[in-house]
Design a protein around this ligand. Structure first.
Ligand SMILES: [Zn+2]
Length: 330
Protein backbone atom coordinates (compact mmCIF):
# COMPACT_ATOMS: atom_id res chain seq x y z
CA UNK A 1 0.00 0.00 0.00
CA UNK A 2 1.29 3.47 -0.81
CA UNK A 3 1.53 5.64 2.30
CA UNK A 4 2.68 8.93 0.89
CA UNK A 5 2.70 10.67 -2.48
CA UNK A 6 6.44 10.17 -2.82
CA UNK A 7 5.80 6.40 -2.76
CA UNK A 8 3.97 6.71 -6.05
CA UNK A 9 7.08 6.34 -8.19
CA UNK A 10 5.38 4.23 -10.84
CA UNK A 11 3.04 7.12 -11.70
CA UNK A 12 5.12 10.31 -11.54
CA UNK A 13 2.69 12.43 -13.59
CA UNK A 14 -0.29 11.53 -11.42
CA UNK A 15 1.75 12.19 -8.27
CA UNK A 16 2.85 15.59 -9.56
CA UNK A 17 -0.66 16.74 -10.53
CA UNK A 18 -2.16 15.63 -7.23
CA UNK A 19 0.56 17.04 -4.97
CA UNK A 20 0.47 20.36 -6.86
CA UNK A 21 -3.23 20.72 -6.33
CA UNK A 22 -2.98 19.72 -2.66
CA UNK A 23 -0.14 22.18 -2.08
CA UNK A 24 -2.06 25.02 -3.66
CA UNK A 25 -5.35 23.86 -2.19
CA UNK A 26 -6.90 23.87 -5.61
CA UNK A 27 -8.73 20.58 -5.68
CA UNK A 28 -11.02 19.75 -8.59
CA UNK A 29 -14.50 18.50 -7.73
CA UNK A 30 -14.15 15.47 -9.96
CA UNK A 31 -11.19 13.40 -11.08
CA UNK A 32 -11.18 10.72 -13.74
CA UNK A 33 -8.56 8.06 -12.99
CA UNK A 34 -8.03 5.99 -16.09
CA UNK A 35 -5.55 3.22 -16.74
CA UNK A 36 -5.20 -0.51 -16.92
CA UNK A 37 -5.95 -2.86 -14.08
CA UNK A 38 -3.18 -2.96 -11.49
CA UNK A 39 -1.80 0.52 -12.15
CA UNK A 40 -2.83 1.85 -8.73
CA UNK A 41 -6.01 3.86 -9.39
CA UNK A 42 -7.80 2.59 -6.30
CA UNK A 43 -4.82 3.13 -4.02
CA UNK A 44 -4.44 6.67 -5.31
CA UNK A 45 -8.12 7.47 -4.74
CA UNK A 46 -7.88 6.27 -1.12
CA UNK A 47 -4.66 8.16 -0.51
CA UNK A 48 -6.27 11.27 -1.99
CA UNK A 49 -9.32 10.82 0.26
CA UNK A 50 -7.02 10.56 3.26
CA UNK A 51 -5.11 13.69 2.23
CA UNK A 52 -8.45 15.52 2.06
CA UNK A 53 -9.85 14.32 5.39
CA UNK A 54 -6.78 13.70 7.57
CA UNK A 55 -6.76 15.63 10.85
CA UNK A 56 -2.98 15.70 11.15
CA UNK A 57 -1.77 16.16 7.61
CA UNK A 58 1.91 16.98 7.16
CA UNK A 59 2.33 18.86 3.90
CA UNK A 60 0.43 16.89 1.29
CA UNK A 61 0.67 13.56 3.07
CA UNK A 62 -1.92 12.09 5.42
CA UNK A 63 -0.71 10.98 8.85
CA UNK A 64 -2.08 7.40 8.45
CA UNK A 65 -2.78 7.33 12.19
CA UNK A 66 -5.72 9.64 12.96
CA UNK A 67 -9.25 8.29 13.19
CA UNK A 68 -10.11 9.59 9.71
CA UNK A 69 -7.13 7.92 8.05
CA UNK A 70 -7.81 4.68 9.88
CA UNK A 71 -11.47 4.59 9.00
CA UNK A 72 -10.74 5.26 5.35
CA UNK A 73 -8.29 2.35 5.40
CA UNK A 74 -10.87 0.07 6.94
CA UNK A 75 -13.53 1.31 4.47
CA UNK A 76 -15.92 2.62 7.07
CA UNK A 77 -15.61 6.38 7.04
CA UNK A 78 -19.14 7.82 6.96
CA UNK A 79 -18.19 10.58 4.51
CA UNK A 80 -16.35 8.40 2.02
CA UNK A 81 -18.65 6.40 -0.23
CA UNK A 82 -17.47 3.74 -2.62
CA UNK A 83 -19.68 2.61 -5.46
CA UNK A 84 -19.08 -0.58 -7.44
CA UNK A 85 -21.11 -2.22 -10.19
CA UNK A 86 -24.09 -4.09 -8.87
CA UNK A 87 -23.79 -7.17 -11.09
CA UNK A 88 -22.67 -6.01 -14.52
CA UNK A 89 -23.56 -2.36 -14.25
CA UNK A 90 -23.84 0.65 -12.00
CA UNK A 91 -27.52 1.49 -11.90
CA UNK A 92 -29.40 4.74 -11.64
CA UNK A 93 -30.69 3.86 -8.16
CA UNK A 94 -27.11 3.54 -6.92
CA UNK A 95 -26.28 7.05 -8.10
CA UNK A 96 -29.54 8.38 -6.64
CA UNK A 97 -28.77 6.81 -3.29
CA UNK A 98 -25.38 8.47 -3.38
CA UNK A 99 -26.96 11.84 -4.19
CA UNK A 100 -29.38 11.52 -1.28
CA UNK A 101 -26.45 10.78 1.01
CA UNK A 102 -24.73 13.89 -0.21
CA UNK A 103 -27.62 16.25 0.31
CA UNK A 104 -27.23 15.54 4.02
CA UNK A 105 -24.35 17.58 5.37
CA UNK A 106 -21.14 15.70 6.04
CA UNK A 107 -21.59 13.56 9.07
CA UNK A 108 -18.30 14.57 10.59
CA UNK A 109 -16.80 17.30 8.48
CA UNK A 110 -18.18 19.31 5.63
CA UNK A 111 -16.19 17.34 3.13
CA UNK A 112 -17.71 14.35 1.36
CA UNK A 113 -16.00 12.03 -1.08
CA UNK A 114 -17.27 9.46 -3.45
CA UNK A 115 -15.26 6.90 -5.36
CA UNK A 116 -16.90 5.15 -8.30
CA UNK A 117 -15.09 2.01 -9.44
CA UNK A 118 -15.56 0.84 -13.04
CA UNK A 119 -17.29 4.12 -13.81
CA UNK A 120 -17.59 3.05 -17.47
CA UNK A 121 -20.13 0.47 -16.33
CA UNK A 122 -22.74 3.08 -15.47
CA UNK A 123 -25.97 2.58 -17.36
CA UNK A 124 -27.01 5.51 -19.52
CA UNK A 125 -29.54 6.60 -16.90
CA UNK A 126 -26.97 6.33 -14.15
CA UNK A 127 -24.49 8.37 -16.17
CA UNK A 128 -27.07 11.08 -16.82
CA UNK A 129 -27.92 11.21 -13.14
CA UNK A 130 -24.26 11.56 -12.25
CA UNK A 131 -23.85 14.24 -14.88
CA UNK A 132 -26.38 16.48 -13.13
CA UNK A 133 -24.44 15.92 -9.94
CA UNK A 134 -21.18 16.91 -11.61
CA UNK A 135 -22.73 19.98 -13.17
CA UNK A 136 -23.76 21.41 -9.81
CA UNK A 137 -21.00 20.38 -7.47
CA UNK A 138 -21.38 21.03 -3.82
CA UNK A 139 -18.56 23.19 -2.48
CA UNK A 140 -17.02 20.38 -0.45
CA UNK A 141 -17.85 17.31 -2.51
CA UNK A 142 -15.14 15.40 -4.34
CA UNK A 143 -15.61 12.62 -6.87
CA UNK A 144 -13.13 10.03 -8.06
CA UNK A 145 -14.20 8.10 -11.11
CA UNK A 146 -12.06 5.03 -11.85
CA UNK A 147 -12.03 3.27 -15.21
CA UNK A 148 -10.10 0.80 -17.31
CA UNK A 149 -12.12 1.77 -20.41
CA UNK A 150 -12.20 5.51 -20.68
CA UNK A 151 -13.38 5.32 -24.31
CA UNK A 152 -16.63 3.79 -23.10
CA UNK A 153 -17.53 6.81 -21.01
CA UNK A 154 -19.71 9.73 -21.98
CA UNK A 155 -17.75 12.72 -23.25
CA UNK A 156 -19.96 14.99 -21.20
CA UNK A 157 -18.73 13.25 -18.05
CA UNK A 158 -15.10 13.11 -19.14
CA UNK A 159 -15.10 16.84 -19.90
CA UNK A 160 -16.24 17.67 -16.35
CA UNK A 161 -13.41 15.76 -14.70
CA UNK A 162 -9.76 16.53 -14.22
CA UNK A 163 -8.01 13.61 -15.94
CA UNK A 164 -5.45 11.49 -14.10
CA UNK A 165 -4.03 9.04 -16.62
CA UNK A 166 -2.21 6.05 -15.22
CA UNK A 167 0.49 4.63 -17.43
CA UNK A 168 0.87 0.92 -18.02
CA UNK A 169 3.09 -1.05 -15.67
CA UNK A 170 6.62 -1.73 -16.78
CA UNK A 171 7.38 -5.37 -17.44
CA UNK A 172 9.36 -5.49 -14.19
CA UNK A 173 6.51 -3.88 -12.25
CA UNK A 174 4.10 -6.38 -13.71
CA UNK A 175 6.33 -9.34 -12.77
CA UNK A 176 6.46 -8.03 -9.19
CA UNK A 177 2.67 -7.69 -9.00
CA UNK A 178 2.22 -11.23 -10.36
CA UNK A 179 4.67 -12.65 -7.84
CA UNK A 180 2.75 -10.87 -5.08
CA UNK A 181 -0.21 -12.98 -6.28
CA UNK A 182 1.83 -16.15 -5.61
CA UNK A 183 2.70 -16.72 -9.24
CA UNK A 184 6.13 -18.24 -9.89
CA UNK A 185 8.90 -16.14 -11.46
CA UNK A 186 9.16 -18.17 -14.73
CA UNK A 187 5.41 -18.02 -15.31
CA UNK A 188 5.24 -14.34 -14.32
CA UNK A 189 8.08 -13.42 -16.69
CA UNK A 190 6.46 -15.30 -19.57
CA UNK A 191 3.07 -13.67 -19.06
CA UNK A 192 4.57 -10.21 -18.57
CA UNK A 193 6.35 -10.58 -21.92
CA UNK A 194 3.05 -11.30 -23.66
CA UNK A 195 0.89 -8.54 -22.21
CA UNK A 196 1.19 -5.46 -20.04
CA UNK A 197 -2.27 -5.83 -18.60
CA UNK A 198 -2.24 -7.22 -15.07
CA UNK A 199 -5.71 -8.72 -15.54
CA UNK A 200 -4.74 -10.60 -18.68
CA UNK A 201 -1.45 -11.75 -17.19
CA UNK A 202 -3.12 -13.13 -14.05
CA UNK A 203 -5.67 -14.92 -16.20
CA UNK A 204 -2.94 -16.53 -18.29
CA UNK A 205 -0.95 -17.63 -15.24
CA UNK A 206 -3.97 -19.14 -13.54
CA UNK A 207 -4.81 -21.17 -16.67
CA UNK A 208 -3.14 -24.61 -16.76
CA UNK A 209 -3.13 -24.33 -20.53
CA UNK A 210 -0.46 -21.62 -20.30
CA UNK A 211 1.93 -23.55 -18.05
CA UNK A 212 1.62 -26.55 -20.36
CA UNK A 213 2.14 -24.34 -23.41
CA UNK A 214 5.37 -23.13 -21.87
CA UNK A 215 6.54 -26.71 -21.26
CA UNK A 216 5.79 -27.67 -24.84
CA UNK A 217 7.83 -24.70 -26.09
CA UNK A 218 10.80 -25.86 -24.00
CA UNK A 219 10.41 -29.43 -25.32
CA UNK A 220 10.19 -28.34 -28.95
CA UNK A 221 13.19 -26.05 -28.49
CA UNK A 222 15.21 -28.86 -27.01
CA UNK A 223 14.10 -31.34 -29.69
CA UNK A 224 15.12 -28.98 -32.49
CA UNK A 225 18.68 -28.96 -31.15
CA UNK A 226 19.09 -32.39 -29.64
CA UNK A 227 16.68 -34.69 -31.49
CA UNK A 228 15.84 -32.95 -34.77
CA UNK A 229 14.44 -36.10 -36.38
CA UNK A 230 11.84 -36.30 -33.58
CA UNK A 231 10.62 -32.71 -33.82
CA UNK A 232 8.12 -33.21 -36.66
CA UNK A 233 6.44 -36.06 -34.85
CA UNK A 234 6.40 -33.95 -31.69
CA UNK A 235 4.65 -31.15 -33.55
CA UNK A 236 2.03 -33.54 -34.90
CA UNK A 237 1.34 -35.43 -31.68
CA UNK A 238 1.87 -32.90 -28.91
CA UNK A 239 2.11 -29.38 -30.26
CA UNK A 240 -0.83 -29.13 -32.66
CA UNK A 241 -3.47 -30.58 -30.27
CA UNK A 242 -2.47 -28.04 -27.61
CA UNK A 243 -2.20 -24.97 -29.84
CA UNK A 244 -5.44 -25.69 -31.61
CA UNK A 245 -6.53 -22.20 -32.66
CA UNK A 246 -4.69 -19.26 -34.13
CA UNK A 247 -4.71 -17.19 -30.96
CA UNK A 248 -3.13 -20.09 -29.06
CA UNK A 249 -0.59 -20.70 -31.78
CA UNK A 250 0.32 -17.04 -31.70
CA UNK A 251 1.13 -17.38 -28.00
CA UNK A 252 3.16 -20.51 -28.83
CA UNK A 253 5.17 -18.62 -31.45
CA UNK A 254 5.70 -15.67 -29.10
CA UNK A 255 7.06 -18.03 -26.46
CA UNK A 256 9.36 -19.57 -29.10
CA UNK A 257 10.55 -16.07 -29.88
CA UNK A 258 11.32 -15.44 -26.19
CA UNK A 259 13.31 -18.66 -25.76
CA UNK A 260 15.45 -17.83 -28.81
CA UNK A 261 15.91 -14.28 -27.53
CA UNK A 262 17.02 -15.82 -24.24
CA UNK A 263 19.71 -17.60 -26.19
CA UNK A 264 20.92 -14.23 -27.43
CA UNK A 265 20.88 -12.88 -23.85
CA UNK A 266 22.93 -15.89 -22.76
CA UNK A 267 25.47 -15.17 -25.51
CA UNK A 268 25.66 -11.52 -24.44
CA UNK A 269 25.91 -12.46 -20.72
CA UNK A 270 22.64 -10.64 -20.02
CA UNK A 271 20.97 -13.54 -18.24
CA UNK A 272 19.02 -11.10 -16.05
CA UNK A 273 16.81 -10.32 -19.04
CA UNK A 274 15.88 -13.93 -19.75
CA UNK A 275 12.24 -15.02 -19.76
CA UNK A 276 12.80 -18.77 -19.40
CA UNK A 277 14.77 -18.34 -16.18
CA UNK A 278 13.99 -21.92 -15.13
CA UNK A 279 15.82 -23.25 -18.21
CA UNK A 280 18.89 -21.06 -17.90
CA UNK A 281 21.38 -23.95 -17.95
CA UNK A 282 19.89 -25.62 -21.01
CA UNK A 283 19.71 -22.31 -22.88
CA UNK A 284 23.27 -21.35 -21.92
CA UNK A 285 24.53 -24.74 -23.05
CA UNK A 286 22.78 -24.58 -26.43
CA UNK A 287 23.81 -20.95 -26.88
CA UNK A 288 27.44 -22.07 -26.82
CA UNK A 289 26.78 -24.37 -29.78
CA UNK A 290 25.70 -21.59 -32.11
CA UNK A 291 26.54 -18.00 -33.07
CA UNK A 292 24.71 -14.73 -32.52
CA UNK A 293 24.22 -14.47 -36.25
CA UNK A 294 22.49 -17.86 -36.38
CA UNK A 295 20.25 -16.95 -33.46
CA UNK A 296 19.28 -13.72 -35.17
CA UNK A 297 18.34 -15.73 -38.27
CA UNK A 298 16.27 -18.04 -36.11
CA UNK A 299 14.45 -15.08 -34.63
CA UNK A 300 13.58 -13.85 -38.10
CA UNK A 301 12.21 -17.30 -39.04
CA UNK A 302 9.91 -17.19 -36.04
CA UNK A 303 8.80 -13.65 -36.85
CA UNK A 304 8.08 -14.70 -40.44
CA UNK A 305 5.94 -17.56 -39.15
CA UNK A 306 4.04 -15.14 -36.97
CA UNK A 307 3.21 -12.90 -39.89
CA UNK A 308 2.31 -15.88 -42.09
CA UNK A 309 -0.07 -17.03 -39.37
CA UNK A 310 -2.03 -13.83 -39.88
CA UNK A 311 -2.62 -14.82 -43.52
CA UNK A 312 -4.58 -17.98 -44.13
CA UNK A 313 -1.77 -20.52 -44.06
CA UNK A 314 -2.25 -24.09 -42.70
CA UNK A 315 -0.96 -23.97 -39.10
CA UNK A 316 0.45 -27.50 -39.14
CA UNK A 317 2.47 -26.88 -42.30
CA UNK A 318 3.60 -23.57 -40.86
CA UNK A 319 4.98 -25.25 -37.74
CA UNK A 320 6.70 -28.01 -39.73
CA UNK A 321 8.35 -25.45 -41.98
CA UNK A 322 9.48 -23.46 -38.96
CA UNK A 323 10.99 -26.52 -37.27
CA UNK A 324 12.90 -27.38 -40.46
CA UNK A 325 14.17 -23.82 -40.79
CA UNK A 326 15.32 -23.77 -37.18
CA UNK A 327 17.21 -27.02 -37.65
CA UNK A 328 19.23 -25.74 -40.59
CA UNK A 329 22.94 -25.99 -40.06
CA UNK A 330 22.90 -28.49 -37.19
ZN1 LIG B 1 -4.66 11.25 9.33
Amino acid sequence: MIKSWSDLQSQPTVARIVTNSLERDRIAHAYLLDGMKGTGKKEVSYLFAKSLLCRERTGVNPCQACSNCKRIDSRNHPDVHVLEPDGNSIKKQQIQYLQEEFTKTGLESKRKIYIIEHADKMTKNAANSLLKFLEEPNQETYAFLLTENVNQMLNTIISRCQPLSFRALTSEGLVNKLMAEDISLPLAKSAASLTNSLGEAVELCRDDWFALARNLVIKLYEAIFNRPQASLLFIQEKWMPHFSDRRQLEIGLDLMLFIYKDMLYAQLSKEGQMVFVDEKELIQKLALQTTQQRVTEHLSYILQSKSRLASNVNPHLLMEQLALNLQEGY
